[in-house]
Design a protein around this ligand. Sequence first.
Ligand SMILES: [Zn+2]
Length: 499
Amino acid sequence: MTVSDTLVSFAAAIERYEPVIGLETHVELGTRTKMFCGCTTTFGAEPNTQVCPVCLGLPGSLPVVNRAAIEYTIRIGLALNCTIAEWCRFARKNYFYPDMPKNFQISQYDEPLCTDGWLDVDVDGKTVKVGIERVHLEEDTGKSLHVGGATGRIHGAEYSLVDYNRAGIPLVEIVTKPVPGTGAGAPVAARLYVTELRDLLRSLHVSDVRMEEGSLRCDVNTSLAPRGAAQWGTRTETKNVNSLRSVERAVLFEIQRQAAVLDAGGRVIQETRHFHEDTGTTTSGRSKEEAQDYRYFPEPDLVPVAPPAEWVEQIRAALPEPPAARRARLRAEWDLSETDMTALSNAGALDLVAETVAAGASPADARKWWLGELARRANEAGAELTALAISPAQVARVSELVAAGTLNDKLARQVIDAVLAGEGDPDEVVRARGLAVVSDESALTRAVDEAIAANPEVAAKVRDGKVAAAGVLVGAVMKATRGQADAARVRELILQRLS
Ligand SMILES: [Zn+2]
C-alpha cells in the first residue's frame, strides 16, 4: 500500500475531525561556553576539538552550571510570560545513546526553571494564544554521522562517526500546552508559532536561531478527534522538523494520515515519527517511551538553582520590546499596509530596513532597495539578505546620493554591485569609478549639441513637432555620458534647443 492510498484529503479530514497541535522546540543557546564546562561553542569547528573531561563524561569530572545559560533561560521565560521558579533542580535522564558520552543527560524534569506562560500568535488576523507549559534547560548531545549509506541514516551505513563538539551545549526546551481550536488553520498556526517564537528568541539575543544549522529544532505533535468528541485523540510526535515550511507540512500530512486511520476504524498509535523533506511525509519511528522509562532523579553533582528575585526583576526590566509590538510600531511609523509589513518580515528584511532608516534613508527607499535590488542579488546568490556584503548604513548612503541627484537609479545599481564586490564604501566607489551623474550644465549642453549635430535628420523631426523622436537624441547623450546624465534634464535641454 502506498502512502497516497492511505491519505484523506485535507478538506475532508477537517470536515470530520478537530486537530489539536502542540510544539516542543529545542533552542541551542548562544552562550560563549558550554552548559557545565568551559569548552567553546563555536559552530563548524573540526570534530572533537571543543571537548574536555566534563563534556566527555570522563571519570572524576564534575559539572558547574553556566550562569549565562540560566540568565538566558530566565530571559526566555519572562518574554513568554512564564513564572520563574524560586528554587529548582537539574535531573538525570538515563538512557544510552552513542553521542551521549555520560549515558545520561542532565536535564530538568519535575522542577523546570520556567512554567505556565503564553505567546500570542497572529493567524490570518486572528490572535491565537498559545499556552506555554514549561521552559527548561538541558545539555545537547553530540552528533553521529553515518557514512556510506544512501540516506545518511544508520540503516545501510558502512560505519558511523561521533563528534562531541555539540555535547554539553546549553539547550532550552520550550513546550507548549495543547493548542485546540485552530481547525483548518492548524498547519499554518504551527508554522506561525515557530516563526513568532524564532523572532522573539532573536530579539532576546539568546540564540542565533538558525534552523538550517540545527540551533532551532522542532518536534511537532498532532492529534485528531471526531468533531464534537469529548476527548482529544491520541497524538503523534514528529521529530526534528528543520524548517518553518516543514513544520506546516508535517502537521498537514499527519492530519491527512490520521484521518485515514480513523476513517478505517483504526486507532492512531502514540509514537514518534520522522519527517521526510523530499516527499513531505512522515513515517513511523519508535513507540513513544514514558517518562518513567528514563529513571529521572535529581542530579547529585549539582547544587539547586535559586535565582534571587531582584536578579529576575533586573532581567525583566532589561527585556527588549516584543517583536509583535515592534512590528506594529514600525508599521505605523513607516505608514505601511499589513501586507507590506508581512512581506518585509517574511523576507527577513525588517531589521535591515529599520537600520537603514535609522541611518538616514526614508522608509520607502529603504524598503525599495532591500526588497527589490538587494533581494534579487541575495536570491541569485542563494543567500540570506543579512549575508550580503553591504551594510544598512551603506544602503542608506546610496539612497542619499540618489536623493541628492548625484546618482540615478542605474548608477546606484552599479555602486551597489561595486560595494558587494568589496570595492569599498559608496563614496569611495563613486570617486574611484567616476560614477556621479553629470550635472554640470555646460558639459551637458555640449553633449546635447554634439548629439544634435550628429543626428540632423532626427533633430529636424523634433523641430517639426515630432517630440517622440527626441528619445533618440536622449539616448545618444546618455551613451556619450556613459549613463551618468539625468535623462529628464537631458530631454528638457534637447527640447529647449530645438524649440
Ligand atoms: Zn567541555
